[in-house]
Design a protein around this ligand. Structure first.
Ligand code: T4K
Length: 401
């Protein structure tokens, strides 16, 4: 890897890219591979691969202990966990949900014929805007789903007050927020239930996985039944159910990842601090603000303001991709502008969300990215932004405009 000395050396002008091996957003955090392998070896010898095996039980206990909540029900992924939580909580009719989220949050509703009512987010926190929530409540509304986007907690007190006042269910999609706190309390303890994702790209992964966490004993009982076809015992089905079970190999990965979670978060914090210094003072570029000490800092989120930055977000991404930095747009173009929602619910206009989806760019972080690499990424962003006009010209030329 060689840092570019000047703008002429950028890959968009025909030079070799900075990174021969591309840098991804979302490279998994990997715990000690030998320890994971040993656990997998043991489980193979035990011949107990899934269906509430000992590793899944241990993983559930450790997650509940870390969060400080009564119940953790581990699942095969976060989407199924959302679907089961939604059904277990009895949501029907209309549910208020941000459009600015990974589309799985919305799909989990529509999949069950529940109408997602798209809500704006706060431009500062990128989470559900409670004022807008209030205006969207109708006689058909049964619940609210808040998303702790980037691990940034929703306005939990305001949302709880609204849910109480209107007797609505309050569910949180905490897919990004494992290991995050709100006022000293772990995410996982808010609303009627919260849902984590342990997908490979998350701060803690079980290859694929997820969990419903709750302090409600009855709900936990229902969710447990529902994730295992409704079985209450052999030959005894007492509830409608699906197959949401986590397998033992995933739990093995989860247990080892839990053991290293604090290290993963320390690395993320260090990376974030380095990005902050490296990108400081670039006109039109803002880093997403958070309380680092309460956050898992797992997403390195930048906003590119098209009215102040010399380059648009998308042009900056072209420059970075050419250099082997696979920066990502999130959650472009917004769920309400994706199918089936744009056809099913036409005319939804969410100016704050739409502005955000045009500005947000996520850069590589996590344990797979080194300090030297982050330094090179920051250098590239600064170089590109300092020479915005020349770069925009070159990109027009490459596009044949
Ligand atoms: N709610 C929210 C707010 C969510 O963000 C998500 C998931 C969910 C609910 C649903 O939870 P799950 O059902 O997924 O548990 C990814 C993930 O698939 C998804 O889990 C995640 N959110 C979403 C934000 O991102 P893609 O389409 O961006 O994934 P993909 O395959 O492009 O991977 C991203 C990058 O990560 C790749 O460029 C390479 C790298 N990567 C990926 C994998 C899987 C690796 O290096 N190794 C790997 O094994 O969706």
């Amino acid at each position: 890897m060689k840092q570019k000395a000047c703008i002429d050396e950028l890959a968009i002008f025909g030079f070799a890219p900075t990174f021969e091996e591309v840098l991804h957003v979302g490279r998994p955090n990997i715990p000690d591979p030998q320890r994971v392998a040993d656990r997998v070896y043991d489980l193979l010898n035990r011949r107990w691969l899934t269906n509430n095996g000992p590793l899944v039980k241990e993983f559930e206990q450790q997650v509940a202990h870390r969060i400080g909540c009564r119940h953790c029900i581990a699942m095969c992924n976060g989407t199924i966990a959302l679907e089961i939580a939604i059904r277990g909580l009895g949501l029907t009719g209309e549910v208020i949900v941000p459009s600015f989220t990974f589309v799985a949050t919305v799909h989990a509703l529509q999949w069950q014929e529940i109408t997602p009512v798209f809500c704006e987010v706060d431009p500062q926190t990128h989470t559900l805007n409670p004022d807008h929530v209030e205006t969207l409540i109708t006689e058909r509304t049964t619940g609210i789903i808040g998303v702790h986007t980037w691990g940034s907690p929703c306005a939990v007190e305001r949302l709880a007050a609204i849910a109480d006042a209107h007797r609505l269910v309050l569910l949180y999609d905490a897919a990004h927020a494992f290991g995050c706190l709100y006022r000293g309390e772990s995410i996982g303890n808010f609303g009627d239930a919260e849902v984590f994702s342990f997908h490979a790209t998350k701060v803690l992964n079980t290859f694929e996985g997820g969990a419903v966490v709750t302090n409600d004993d009855d709900l936990a009982h229902r969710v447990r039944l529902m994730k295992n076809f409704g079985f209450a015992g052999r030959d005894m089905v007492i509830h409608l159910g699906s197959n949401g079970k986590m397998n033992e190999a995933s739990a093995a990965m989860g247990l080892e990842s839990l053991g290293e979670l604090d290290r993963f978060i320390r690395v993320n914090r260090r990376n974030l601090a380095q990005y902050r210094t490296g990108l400081a003072g670039i006109e039109g570029l803002t880093l997403f603000e958070r309380d680092d000490a309460s956050s898992n800092c797992h997403y390195m989120v930048v906003e590119v303001d098209p009215s102040r930055c010399a380059l648009s977000r998308d042009d900056l991404m072209v420059v970075l991709h050419a250099e082997g930095v696979l920066a990502r747009r999130y959650f472009y173009p917004g769920s309400h502008r994706m199918e089936p929602y744009v056809s099913k619910y036409p005319g939804v206009h969410l100016p704050l969300t739409e502005a955000l989806t045009d500005r947000v760019m996520v850069l590589p972080t996590g344990t797979a990215v080194s300090e030297v690499e982050i330094s090179a990424i920051c250098h590239l962003v600064r170089l590109a932004c300092q020479h915005g006009e020349t770069i925009a010209q070159q990109l027009r030329f490459l596009k044949g405009d």
